[in-house]
Design a protein around this ligand. Structure first.
Ligand code: 15L
Length: 272
């Protein structure tokens, strides 16, 4: 593959990590966001566009080696806001890739596509144990994004790798994240593997670090070549001292989507 990797939503949390980390792994980056990108890196191309603008996205995708699609609303919102940015936006990215002949798209999906799944009593959850069970409108858009990826893989032959990301952050922010954390270093490693894997076709993989308390099986991600380096356990003592051991009977810990499954995340609460 030649040409830069187009990263949409490059100004966001994950995008900021990739703008730094992908070039270190040999991928030049073309960064796109709806806001002006701060501090362009040497060799980085930057673009400002709305991810639902097909003309702009087609122009931005032309000549790219692959697309890493992160843009969108990253939590619960009104149906209008989240469906436009996340479903229309993902269709736009895939359609732009098809029109320009870019063969690989890595989609940022989310654990919230399966958020109402009960945490396993023992043993890890594989991707097939996690059918669509969204916990929010946001989760529904991630299910739809995966479905669009599947369609574009089957109908048009694109390689589409969907990363069901856990909690991407510099450090695990909560005791739940002792299971769900994806470190910055492992974020880069996971996306790099999704970009490099030979002919993956359509894949859905969990995206976490190698957390001792993790409940998602990383076998499918490892099959792509992902080798996680980090484990949230190094932060466990401090988090447990501050918040107590996670109680499996607490609704936040009983379902994989955590607090997104709580009544407070009913999008009615978000409606204007
Ligand atoms: C996500 O999908 C969100 O984008 C992020 O803000 C976190 O809430 C994360 O999931 C999580 O489950 O911790």
């Amino acid at each position: 593959m030649s040409g830069p990797v187009l990263v949409t939503g490059a100004a966001g949390r994950v995008g900021t990590v990739l703008r730094e980390g992908l070039p270190e792994r040999g991928w030049p980056v073309r960064s796109l966001d709806v806001v002006e990108l701060p501090e362009p890196r040497p060799g980085e191309e930057t673009l400002v566009a709305d991810v639902t603008d097909l003309g702009a996205l087609t122009a931005a995708t032309a000549g790219a080696a692959a697309v890493v699609h992160l843009a969108g609303v990253s939590g619960e919102s009104t149906w209008a806001a989240v469906s436009s940015a996340n479903i229309q936006g993902t269709w736009t990215v895939l359609e732009a890739a098809r029109r320009t002949g870019v063969g690989r798209v890595v989609l940022a999906s989310s654990n919230h596509a399966t958020g109402f799944t009960r945490r396993p009593a023992s043993g890890p959850l594989g991707e097939h144990d996690g059918p669509a069970r969204p916990d929010t409108f946001y989760g529904v858009t991630k299910v739809a994004g995966e479905a669009l990826g599947s369609l574009y893989a089957d109908r048009y032959g694109l390689d589409v790798v969907c990363l069901r990301i856990g909690t991407q952050a510099p450090e695990p922010p909560t005791t739940r994240a002792l299971a769900t954390w994806l470190s910055p270093r492992d974020t880069v490693a996971l996306v790099d593997a999704a970009l490099r894997a030979p002919s993956p076709g359509f894949r859905v993989v969990w995206g976490t670090s190698a957390n001792t308390r993790g409940w998602w099986d990383l076998a499918a991600a490892r099959e792509l070549g992902y080798q996680p380096q980090d484990d949230a356990e190094q932060f466990a003592a401090a988090l447990v001292a501050a918040h107590g051991e996670p109680d499996p009977a607490d609704p936040v810990h009983a379902r994989v989507g955590g607090e997104f499954t709580l009544p407070a995340y009913d999008a009615e609460e978000e409606a204007p």
